[in-house]
Design a protein around this ligand. Structure first.
Ligand code: PA5
Length: 447
């Protein structure tokens, strides 16, 4: 059976294969530090072993809860922000039919998202949609105190309570949070909601293989055991005993850090399948929050090609040479559509007649790689044999493992996010939150 592969042979002249190989010892040391849990942030490394440790009973319990929500609700609102929704959304969007929302005859509920912004119109429009619909809520917050999902949950819960009695509300809400701490834990215990726990040693952006990701993915009708099986395989493929040249996580971590040192400060994650848009969003959080600290870190950006070749393509081809690309490519599309022959051939497309659209897409990818590398944009390529749960499991674990190694190469703690608190403190001060009086005074003087 095939696995995810990585190609780092198109990053010259900035970085050569010899330069990558010269990193072997250092990278192996960082991989050992990560695996042996002896480095910075080592109390947040529970995610490393998740694929191995999730038991069939735990998966069955998640499936059972998912089946209950599926049976009751036509819409399930995943309410969370950052690591508390991006992993689920990445997998669900990658696997869903692109026109899912518009097609009838569905077996599984629509998955909607709330609490990932504080847009009042977004909230109004969501509540307006749900007011005469059968819906359920999966509310997710590790800290249990995050403002965005807390506001959204309050509004959604109120709506649910106007539609159903107390017992039915309880059946339709599942909370995923800390075992003991936080307002969401207190609320869930008081109201008697079913809960799942986010382990203490797993940070938000590394939590997709806990119930945080697994429950919404199961509700959407996708196989969480296949996802975990893929991650488990990637755990083996990136283990300490795998030689550097064969370890995709080590190769990726080494190459991107070498590029960074050569002035390539921005990494653009590229896909050629719009379904992967949220994989990029998840990846941006993973790498941005893990590495962007101590005034260091590659800036993670993303584009959807070929769409964005018609908007960002010019900049990428000829703008400031501070970027490199990492392409996530799917070897073959899931469905077949052949380009039809047309007698009139007014669009001059008959030279493509009978070819698969995916073949054109692949040539667009290759042509772009040649153009961009010629234009000074190094290219790393990751290939998945197919787009399914198993390979997405491989991809997610691969990126997580590489992120841990990469953060250690950079010399930062890839498992904390102290900078995220700065805006919150100001927002609370501006809103007059009790306990923030001193900050309110200080901020008032600045305005
Ligand atoms: O990775 C992280 O820790 C964060 O981005 C969190 O996922 C995000 O802030 C949401 O936090 P919480 O789950 O505590 O509501």
């Amino acid at each position: 059976m095939k696995d995810l592969t990585i190609d780092v042979s198109n990053v010259a002249p900035d970085v050569t294969l010899d330069m990558i190989n010269a990193e072997k010892e250092n990278v192996q040391k960082q991989l050992e530090t990560l695996t042996n849990k002896t480095g910075k942030g080592n109390d947040f490394l529970g995610w490393l072993d998740l694929p191995e440790e999730i038991s069939p009973d735990q998966l069955m319990s998640i499936e059972k809860t998912a089946a209950r929500l599926r049976g009751k609700a036509d819409y399930v609102v995943v309410t969370g922000i950052g690591g508390s929704y991006l992993g689920a959304r990445a997998v669900i969007d990658a696997l869903n039919d692109s026109f899912d929302q518009l097609k009838g005859g569905r077996k599984n509920p629509f998955i909607l998202y709330a609490g990932q912004n504080i847009g009042e119109d977004y909230t109004y429009e969501l509540l307006d949609l749900l007011k005469d619909k059968s819906f359920g809520i999966i509310v997710i917050s590790k800290s249990g105190t995050t403002t965005e999902p807390a506001i959204a949950f309050r509004a959604l819960k109120e709506l649910l309570e106007t539609k159903y009695d107390k017992d039915e509300v309880k059946e339709r809400i599942v909370a995923i949070t800390d075992a003991k701490k936080g307002a969401l834990r207190t609320l869930a215990d008081q109201e008697g909601y079913e809960t799942y726990i986010i382990p203490d040693d797993v940070g938000g952006r590394y939590s997709v293989l806990t119930p945080v990701g697994l429950l919404p993915i199961a509700v959407a009708g996708f196989s969480i055991s296949e996802l975990v099986r893929g991650a488990k395989k990637m755990r083996e493929l990136t283990a300490i005993n795998v030689p550097f040249e064969k370890n995709p996580a080590s190769l990726y971590a080494a190459t991107r850090n070498l590029l960074y040192k050569k002035g390539k400060k921005i990494e653009i994650l590229v896909n050629y399948q719009p379904k992967l848009h949220y994989i990029s969003e998840w990846w941006k959080q993973l790498y941005g929050e893990s590495e962007g600290k101590e005034n260091k870190g590659i800036f993670p950006a993303s584009v959807d090609f070929t769409t964005d070749l018609h908007s960002m393509g010019q900049w990428i081809q000829e703008g400031e040479r501070t970027i490199f690309e990492t392409v996530v490519s799917i070897a073959a599309a899931r469905h077949r559509v052949l380009i039809p022959r047309d007698e009139g051939n007014l669009d001059n497309l008959n030279y493509l007649a009978g070819k698969r659209i995916d073949e054109v897409n692949k040539m667009a990818e290759l042509g772009t790689r040649i153009a961009h590398t010629d234009g000074g944009v190094p290219n790393i390529r990751i290939e998945l044999p197919e787009l399914n749960e198993y390979y997405l499991g491989q991809l997610l674990y691969f990126f997580e493992k590489a992120c841990g190694i990469s953060g250690y190469i950079l010399g930062v703690n890839p498992f904390d996010q102290p900078g995220v608190e700065a805006y919150k403190k100001n927002m609370f001060a501006l809103l007059g939150k009790p306990g923030f009086e001193k900050e309110t005074e200080a901020i008032k003087k600045r305005l």
